[in-house]
Ligand binder design. Sequence first.
Ligand SMILES: Cc1ncc(COP(=O)(O)O)c(C=O)c1O
Length: 463
Amino acid sequence: MNTKYIDLIDQTYYFPSAEFKLQNQQLQFHDIDLMQLVEQYGAPLKFTYLPKISENINLAKSWFDAAFAKANYKASYNYCYCTKSSHFKHVLDTALKNDIHIETSSAFDINIVNKLKAEGKITDETYVICNGFKREQYIDNITALINNGHKNCIPIIDNYEELGLLTAGTNHRFNVGIRIASEEEPKFEFYTSRLGIGYKNILNFYKNQIDKNEQVSLKMLHFFINTGIRDNAYYWNELHKCLKVYVSLKKVCPSLDSLNIGGGFPIKNSLAFDFDYAYMIEEIVQQIKLVCDEAGVNVPHLFTEFGSFTVGESGGAIYKILYQKQQNDREKWNMINSSFITTLPDSWAINKRFIMLALNRWNDEYERVLLGGLTCDSDDYYNSEQNVNAIYLPKYHKDKDLYIGFFNVGAYQESIGGYGGLQHCLIPAPKHVIIDRDEEGNITTRLFKEQQTSEQMLDILGY
Ligand SMILES: Cc1ncc(COP(=O)(O)O)c(C=O)c1O
């Protein structure tokens, strides 16, 4: 019987894969020797592998290029990075090397834009697509950007008041977009997204508030589906509703020339993940072309705002198994030396799954375990993979250290977890290492942040 961890992974998944392989029984991620990383920096540890960001951006661009060529689609594709998925400077600096644009969600995002502009990483030509429900500070920051000559700043109108607030803040002419409030999936707890303006009201909103307004031109229709870009009836139905709005608006609004299909591209959350990105993009582009041709209007320039897809697959988290608690005949708790709630909050809050693998001891026998975090919250655990309702790891042995890695965790976890702030049970945020490649292609590492200290937390707490 094959009882080794290596056999289990081999039989369950396609392994090795493009990003994972074994060398001397130890896991390598994009040729990074993860045990060596642990030896150098210790664990718990978070890391960001920057080259994956550029790789994914360029993949998406190549899929759109191919789809445009195939459909004879005569317009441009504009890749925007949705900053809220990871605001870190090293992420934006890397993403912006790839001729992209950005999407913002709130006031402080514009402060980031200003910093990046001062460094020459963003120019007035870079599209800054401003989404989100806009309050005073955000409006002030957007209008300041427009007043300073950023001609490709496009606020996306999310509610009826915003247009008046924006025009009050600037005398410049500027473009806007309108966000369509999508209908949620039938199984969801409410019918219509709170974000944006309902399908039925958009044409009237344009006619009453934008058409006669000399200062503003409608350039973009924006559409984002909460569940992401998926090949299912719900997605295609919503896309078609959106395209109907696009063509009816286009017929009365010549300045409208762009469609933003938002974010929501999935990323690998399991070694069994299978999603045909190229097909999906091809199909979206074909559908848009078909509807526009039938209506006799020009196809729109396309914009996307991929957040997870840009940065998710660059991130990893490494923990050490500290101890095993066997609480009954069947349940063995492997305790990690950090917390899931604080370092991978989506795993706790929305039951999100990530790729999880042992870093070492692949030739040892495996066992079924539960993973427990260090907080005293009973919900601080991780017990299943995306496609298998369980977790298996090399058998715990008190004299043989075991390290595990969670992969593709680069999006949202730091901002939702409140990186650098208070953490549940005061479990500190782990060290963070940035991994890159030099001009010769060699891997380089540098410490971005030390593990959070007690002084930092006590300072926040007012001691
Ligand atoms: C308007 C908008 N665009 C883009 C995104 C990015 O989504 P994702 O990270 O799934 O690509 C979001 C996420 O909530 C969003 O609300």
